[in-house]
Ligand binder design. Sequence first.
Ligand code: MG
Length: 159
Amino acid sequence: MVHVGIGYDVHPLVEGRRLVLGGVEIPHTKGLDGHSDADALIHAITDALLGAVGEVDIGHLFPNTDPTWKNAPSRIFLEEAARRVRARGGRIVNIDASLAAERPKIYPHLSAMKDHLSAALGIPREKVGIKATTNERLGFIGREEGIAAMAVAAVDLPE
Ligand code: MG
């Protein structure tokens, strides 16, 4: 039986931080702020997977009060979500995600992100969808104050 999950995340853009999205470092004047590497795309996908198997969200699994996760690569969180899917006898059917960022251009980095995510999840690259859009200069994303990501995951679980 296929179960779906949804995930959403936002992190503020600040100076003096690296910009990491989908596990890929993107050259830019600002980076995402947060306790871990603040990879909003991976956080959204992690929550989508956790939601599909009915687990608690990423913030409860990896609290930002825990020094273990300070500047941690978010791949750790994604791999743990995939491990929990497998522990339930589940199989990730596909994931799909959208990034909303005014700048920088995300498109040139999508292919590298897909490589990274498919490796972390242990699924073929064709099962990983990522799109990027601007926010048409509207709101906090349009003012380049932050970047948002949303994701869905489909997981085949035994009855
Ligand atoms: Mg986050």
